[in-house]
Design a protein. Structure first.
Length: 288
């Protein structure tokens, strides 16, 4: 019974992590059709912002939940204005540009802070399940993932900003004739996606290894989750995160974490082969 509870918590943690690391990419790729290969570095910048803020004496909750998303969101706006806005509709060029940007970010971070940096401890304690010890931070991440999904849904469904964003992504020419400035909407959307990535990086800082290249560990998982989810930004992300997170954790428990990652990617290939439009293309058509 105790081991079942621990495995259940691991599955919840895996699903929550996939939701968090993929949400920012789902906004940018799902809405703007921009393949941002620097997404992992946005996560890394969020983690570094949290670590540096805590080192400067800032409360860890303020660093994770406020400072990291604001800093990375502003950085995303700068990237969109200086780079991305010139590449809309040029898929290959966007991939090359963001890949180059990721190399620049990693190089600059390594040059300034070195290959390693002192991380932050988990702000919550642990608890016992029989003879096993686990952290309260695991259910906290799950709660934060749920709150993030609810927030994205509420903004996209009930606010004027969400309505305008969806209208511009579907038909920018028509939106422009109604007085909307598509360029500003693109800028705000990219910045929002970057801010969500910064939030995810900040939340993962206490449980992840903080190094300049840490983004490489997340970028592939984020892309297969978003692509496997399909065109529905929210329901596709939730369904793909749930499926892949479950498969990854169960496979890791039955074999090893390395084989768990391999099985995860194999399952993603099989899913995309069977459902080329993703899970939402088959089961959640027309959903947000």
């Amino acid at each position: 019974m105790d081991i079942a509870i621990i495995v259940g918590l691991d599955i919840i943690s895996g699903i929550a992590s996939l939701l968090l690391i993929s949400a920012g990419l789902a906004v940018i790729f799902g809405m703007m059709k921009i393949i941002n290969l620097a997404h992992g570095e946005f996560l890394m910048l969020g983690a570094y912002t949290t670590v540096l803020s805590v080192s400067a004496g800032v409360n860890i909750w303020l660093a994770m939940l406020v400072i990291s998303p604001v800093v990375v969101g502003l950085f995303g706006v700068i990237v969109e204005r200086c780079l991305i806005q010139f590449l809309y509709g040029r898929l290959v060029d966007t991939m090359l540009a963001t890949w180059g940007l990721s190399l620049v970010i990693v190089g600059a971070t390594t040059m300034i802070f070195g290959n390693t940096i002192v991380g932050v401890a988990s702000p919550l304690g642990g608890f016992s399940v029989g003879q096993y010890q686990t952290s309260l931070y695991t259910p906290f991440l799950a709660v934060m993932a749920i709150l993030l999904m609810v927030l994205i849904w509420a903004i996209m469904r009930f606010t004027r900003a969400g309505l305008i964003a969806r209208a511009v992504m579907q038909n920018p020419e028509m939106a422009a004739t109604l007085g909307v400035n598509p360029a500003k909407v693109y800028m705000a959307t990219f910045g929002a996606g970057a801010a969500i990535s910064g939030l995810a990086g900040g939340l993962l800082a206490p449980v992840a290894g903080i190094v300049p290249t840490m983004g490489a560990a997340y970028i592939a998982k984020a892309f297969i989750t978003v692509v496997g989810g399909g065109t529905s930004i929210l329901w596709g992300l939730i369904s793909a995160s749930g499926l892949f997170g479950f498969i990854n954790q169960i496979a890791a428990f039955l074999t090893t974490p390395v084989f768990g990652e391999v099985i995860l990617f194999i399952s993603a290939v099989v899913l995309i082969r069977l459902l080329p439009l993703g899970i939402s293309g088959k089961f959640f058509k027309g959903r947000l």
